[in-house]
Design a protein around this ligand. Structure first.
Ligand code: HEC
Ligand code: HEC
Length: 344
C-alpha cells in the first residue's frame, strides 16, 4: 500500500520533472545570463593595452629565471603552462626551496578578477608581477634596481623593451616589466563549453551540467561565484556557518584578508576565487587543504550554506564545473626562446 503510493508519487514527480525540464531550457539560460557572462577576446583595457610587442616580451619574462636570486624561480616555476598554470602542489615551493603559505591559483583568466591574491593585496596583474621581483619567496631581489640589473645584463632585452615601450628613453624598468607580464596575462583566457552555452548553444552543456547549473543558482553558489570569471568579484568570509577549518582540517589557520589589512573585520575574509578551470586545478582552497573537487563542493555547501549536499547534487554541480574547463591554446604551451647571455 505504502510502496504503491511511493511508486505513484515517483511517476508523478518524473512527469513533472521532464515537463519542467523542457520548459526550463530557456529559463535556465536567461537566469545564467543574468549572473554570468561569456569571455571577451582578451582582458586588455585602455590603460593596460594588449599589444603584440608587450605580450611577446611578457611571455619571455614569465619564463625568465635569470631575474631570480636563486636562478630557479620564475612565474612559470609555480604557474606551469602544462598544469593549467598552477604547480599542482598543496603549497608552492619558493626561492631557495622555502615553502609558501598558500596554494598557487591558476593565472588563466585571472586578469578578469577584481583584485589579485586571496587577500586582495595586489590591485591587478601588473602590480602583482612587479611586486614578485622583490618578494623574498619569489625572485628574491633586494630592490627593483637589483632585479633590473639582472635583466640589463642580458643584451637581448634592451631591444624587446624598446619595441614594447616605444619612445621611452629608458624602457627597461620594473614598471614596464609589470606592464609586459600583465599584458601577457591579459591574453590568457580559455573559452569553455559554458561560454558556448551562454552565447546561445543549448547543446554545449549536457543534462548533468544543466542540472548542476540549476543547483548552483538555486543553492546560492552564484551569489558569490558570479560574473565573467564565475568568481573573483568580491570578498566573503570563508566559514559563514561554521569555522572553515572544521571542514577542511586546515593547519595553520590562515586569517585571510586580515593578514594584509590587520583589520579584525577582515578576519577569514578571502577573495571569492574564480571557478574557471577549477576541475583541472586541484588541490583546493587557499591552502590546498582539500584534494578533490567533489569534496571541495561539499565543504562549500557545509560551511558557506549550512547544507549537507547529496551525492547527486554534488555530482551535478561537478559536471557544471567541468563545463568551465577551457582550451589552452597550443601557443601558450610552448616555452619561448629567451635572449642568450652576453657572449662578447
Ligand atoms: C614560488 C612560487 C610562485 C612564483 C615564483 C610566482 N607565483 Fe604567482 N602565486 C603563487 C602563490 C602561492 C599565489 C597565491 C598567493 C596568495 O593568494 O596569497 C600566487 C598568486 C598569483 C596571482 C593571483 C591569482 C589569483 O587568483 O588571485 C597571480 C596573478 C600570479 N600569482 C602571477 C604570478 C606571476 C606573473 C609571477 C611572476 C612574475 C608569479 N606569479 C610568480 C606562487 C608563485
Ligand atoms: C558566501 C559566499 C560563497 C558561497 C555561497 C559559495 N562560495 Fe565557494 N568559495 C567562497 C570563498 C570565499 C572561497 C575561497 C575559500 C578559500 O580558499 O579560502 C570559495 C572557494 C570555492 C571553491 C574552491 C576553489 C579553488 O580553486 O580552490 C569551490 C570549488 C567553490 N567555492 C564552489 C562553490 C560551490 C559549488 C558553492 C555552492 C554549493 C559555493 N562555492 C558557494 C565563497 C562562497
Amino acid at each position: 500500500m505504502y510502496l504503491k503510493f511511493l511508486a505513484g508519487a515517483f511517476v508523478t514527480l518524473g512527469l513533472f520533472a521532464s515537463a519542467r525540464g523542457a520548459e526550463d531550457e530557456d529559463g535556465l539560460l536567461e537566469r545564467a545570463r543574468a549572473v554570468f557572462s561569456a569571455l571577451p577576446a582578451d582582458a586588455g583595457t585602455e590603460q593596460y593595452p594588449v599589444t603584440p610587442e608587450r605580450v611577446r616580451l611578457g611571455q619571455m619574462l614569465f619564463f625568465e629565471s635569470r631575474i631570480a636570486t636563486d636562478g630557479i624561480m620564475s612565474c612559470a616555476a609555480c604557474h606551469k603552462p602544462g598544469l593549467y598554470f598552477t604547480d599542482g602542489l598543496v603549497k608552492s615551493i619558493g626561492n631557495q626551496g622555502r615553502p609558501l603559505p598558500r596554494n598557487a591559483p591558476t593565472v588563466l583568466n585571472t586578469a578578469l578578477q577584481f583584485v589579485q591574491h586571496y587577500g586582495g593585496n595586489r590591485k591587478n596583474v601588473e602590480e602583482q608581477a612587479v611586486r614578485a621581483l622583490i618578494s623574498p619567496l619569489a625572485y628574491g631581489n633586494a630592490s627593483y634596481e637589483a632585479a633590473m640589473d639582472r635583466l640589463r645584463a642580458i643584451p637581448g632585452y634592451k631591444a624587446a623593451f624598446e619595441a614594447a615601450f616605444p619612445g621611452q628613453a629608458q624602457p627597461l624598468t620594473a614598471e614596464n616589466f609589470g606592464l609586459a607580464v600583465g599584458a601577457y596575462e591579459r591574453t590568457l583566457l580559455t573559452p569553455a563549453p559554458f561560454d558556448q552555452y551562454l552565447r546561445g548553444d543549448a547543446d554545449a552543456l549536457g543534462a548533468g551540467a544543466k542540472a548542476g547549473l540549476h543547483q548552483f543558482l538555486e543553492l546560492g553558489c552564484g551569489g558569490c561565484h558570479n560574473g565573467v570569471a564565475v568568481g573573483g568579484q568580491m570578498y566573503q568570509k570563508f566559514g559563514i556557518v561554521e569555522p572553515y577549518w572544521a571542514a577542511t582540517g586546515s593547519t595553520p589557520i590562515d586569517g585571510g584578508r586580515y593578514v594584509d589589512t590587520k583589520d579584525v573585520n577582515d578576519t577569514y575574509l578571502f577573495k571569492v576565487p574564480q571557478l574557471r578551470n577549477v576541475a583541472v586545478t586541484a588541490p583546493y582552497f587557499h591552502d590546498g587543504s582539500v584534494a578533490t573537487l567533489p569534496q571541495a563542493v561539499k565543504v562549500m555547501g557545509r560551511v558557506q550554506l549550512g547544507r549537507k549536499l547529496s551525492d547527486t547534487e554534488v555530482a551535478d554541480i561537478v559536471s557544471f564545473l567541468d563545463s568551465l574547463t577551457g582550451v589552452v591554446p597550443a601557443s601558450l604551451l610552448q616555452t619561448p626562446l629567451l635572449p642568450p647571455n652576453a657572449s662578447r
